[in-house]
Design a protein around this ligand. Sequence first.
Ligand code: FO1
Length: 308
Amino acid sequence: MNVTVLSGGVGGARFLRGLLGVVDAADVTIVGNVADDLQVLGLHVSPDLDSILYTLTGRSDDERGWGRADESWRALETVGELGGDDWFRLGDRDLGLHLVRTELLRAGVPLHEATLRLARALGLDARLLPATDDPVRTFLETPAGTFPFQTWFVARGHRDEVDAVHYAGAPDAAPAPGVLEAIAAAAVILVAPSNPYVSIQPILAVPGIRDALEHRAVPCVAVSPLVGGRAVKGPADRMLRRLAGGTTPAHVASCYEGIVDALVFDRADASAELPRGVRPVVTETLMTDVGAARRLAAATLDAAGAPA
Ligand code: FO1
């Protein structure tokens, strides 16, 4: 059974780890967000793709929430000593991956091919595709100004309220080879518990992807990233409050109108009426460990009528 999953970084990666515990990795295609990619010290960093790569191959630092386990920071210390840019922290092991990816990209290898090569080298059995090979970048409009995603998220600690979100480059972008094919070949489409505004909508903003989901012939189920109206980590709840008017499942579902048939959300969330065409599915969504992530993935597949 082919499963295609739209996913951001940390929360999405944890959900995917659960999914690979209940379905064959060879049947899973992941379409990852690349709109928070950036250049750091001349290197191309794809934080969401890397969170997925590291988590699914047992290399992630689950406590920190990003980057690699068993990391050291000697190169970054030297960067700091030399007065270089060290606000976006790249660990020594992580740097190795960015060096290889950047060299591939500079040699003209497109991002999807570079990602497939890295995934193969790290032993990932599922297929990981960037939503696009083209430079789509998230910008946040805030009362303090408009910022590129990582400036707002990391350098400013996402303290600024967000008035609007833009996906620069999206109108001219094309889905990466394999993305539309994976949506067309899926028996089930899932939207991981990721931030709708900065993880999922930048994928949908790539021309052709939203359209493919709107015209899907198979069930599509999203998982809410909120528990009891609050983000487990990050700014999703504050963004939903300001941009959608609240943090109930109905507000989350409003971000996915027309593309999902059901929304999976936590028992702690009030089961208010969802937008027309979106069925509520209530379960435990807090992924406290791999077992909990597996149960959530199984419940999500069940909601899509495709039990694991
Ligand atoms: N997040 C931080 O809060 N501070 C960092 O210095 C930082 C560095 C970093 C390096 C590589 C990487 O793959 C991710 C990194 N992240 C860091 C996480 C990242 O900014 C966000 O988690 C995602 O972009 C949001 O999905």
